[in-house]
Design a protein around this ligand. Structure first.
Ligand code: HEC
Length: 123
């Protein structure tokens, strides 16, 4: 392989990575989006999760804290849950979330970790 080929290959990969990173954007948390996220949580998450303690699944605050630096990974997990603690829990089974549902859930949950006195924080 020529040097030039490798160089252009690297440029191509870099540009592709930039576009891939762009696909995930956290929505603005308007009051309306917060409300939608809270409702979705009530319907799809609250059955198994409590904020501060273990329930059918691990405590939500600790879950979300793991993703503070990497919201994209939380988005990916919610879109397609993979086993995380197979020794302690069964893999999470939830309804298929749309990209819009998953991204507003990520934005909302991360905001709650940063401000857990928010009035719409689930129990
Ligand atoms: C049927 C029960 C159930 C429901 C409903 C459920 N979860 Fe879970 N959740 C679990 C279990 C069990 C685990 C632990 C899975 C594992 O360790 O593989 C988990 C783990 C998680 C984690 C931790 C991932 C990690 O990296 O540690 C997050 C975040 C999470 N759930 C978010 C949600 C959200 C958001 C919803 C609603 C859209 C939801 N869960 C609905 C049972 C559930």
């Amino acid at each position: 392989m020529s040097r030039r080929f490798i160089l252009w290959g690297a440029v191509f990969l870099g540009v592709t990575a930039l576009f891939a990173a762009d696909l995930f954007q956290m929505p603005k948390l308007s009051p309306d989006v917060r409300k939608q996220a809270a409702e979705l949580y009530d319907q799809e998450c609250y059955a198994c999760h409590r904020w501060n303690r273990k329930f059918a699944g691990p405590a939500m605050r600790a879950n979300v804290e793991r993703y503070l630096e990497d919201p994209r990974a939380l988005f990916d997990y919610l879109k397609d849950p993979k086993p995380i603690h197979p020794d302690q829990y069964r893999p999470m089974e939830i309804k298929k979330l749309s990209d819009q549902e998953a991204s507003m859930m990520v934005a909302w949950l991360l905001s709650l970790v940063k401000d857990s006195s928010a009035v719409d924080r689930p129990r």
